[in-house]
Design a protein around this ligand. Sequence first.
Ligand code: ZN
Length: 101
Amino acid sequence: MTEPVETNPHPEKPCRECRAGIMRLRFITFFTWLDDELLTVPGFPAWICDVCGRRDYDERALSWLTALLNPDAGKPSESRKVKPAPFFHQPPARPVQDELP
Ligand SMILES: [Zn+2]
C-alpha cells in the first residue's frame, strides 16, 4: 500500500480580494505588451476568483514566460520586462471556461 499523496487535482485557495470567493486554477489567455506588440499566450495558468473575478497569474508560469522572452536575462537592461497587460472588460460573473482544445 502507498501513502496518500497530497496532490490536489483541482487546487483552490481563498480569495484575498473579497475574502468570500474561492480562487481556482484555470488556463486562460495571457496578454502582455512586448515592445509595441500585443503578445497572447493561450493556456496560461491563472488563479481566478469565482465571486469577484480577481485574477492572479501563476507566479512560476510568469517567471518562466519572462525567462523565455528575455534571452538577455541577467544583463542590466530592463527594456523587455514582461508585465501583465490590463484585462479587457469582461463580466466577472461569467463562468470561466477552460480554453483547452
Ligand atoms: Zn474574490
